[in-house]
Design a protein. Structure first.
Length: 151
């Protein structure tokens, strides 16, 4: 059976971020600050997906992400997969998973919280990963992960 034509060109070395819900694609770009990259970045949007219906895919040449960067992605799109590419071959796959503590990733939605009024990092404790519920370290206000604003 012949291989289907790829929708987005292959890369020699770098990272392919796959299974991004289409509506979250540009949040992933923003979160990873891909607009500031000096290497080629290819963004596919509204591509057909058996799992998601439509998906986004991002290919970043010569860039490999840290575990901290990958955990940041889980806030926006918890089921994305990062394919690590060397010499046009996938050598490793990493799935983004929500960490127990989020440091300086999301804003507290309580306007009176100290982290919104003083120059300090935000800290959230994830209290329920399945429901996407987290609590601010400072004011203890709970937030839904689907309604958070990124720092």
């Amino acid at each position: 059976m012949a291989k289907k034509e790829m929708m987005v060109a292959a890369i020699q070395n770098g990272t392919v971020i796959d299974h991004i819900p289409s509506d979250k694609t540009y949040q992933v770009v923003q979160l990873l600050r891909l607009q500031d990259m000096q290497t080629p970045v290819t963004i596919g949007y509204n591509l057909l997906s058996k799992k998601l219906g439509k998906k986004g895919i991002i290919k970043i040449e010569d860039k490999f992400f840290t575990d901290e960067e990958i955990s940041r992605l889980s806030v926006v799109a918890p089921n994305i997969v990062l394919n690590i590419i060397h010499d046009f071959e996938v050598v490793d796959k990493k799935k983004a998973s929500l960490p127990n503590i989020l440091h300086n990733i999301v804003k507290c939605n309580n306007p009176k919280c100290i982290c919104n009024n003083e120059p300090m990092p935000t800290i959230f404790h994830v209290v329920n990963k399945e429901q996407g519920l987290m609590k601010c370290h400072y004011c203890e206000k709970e937030q839904d992960i689907d309604k958070v604003e990124l720092v």
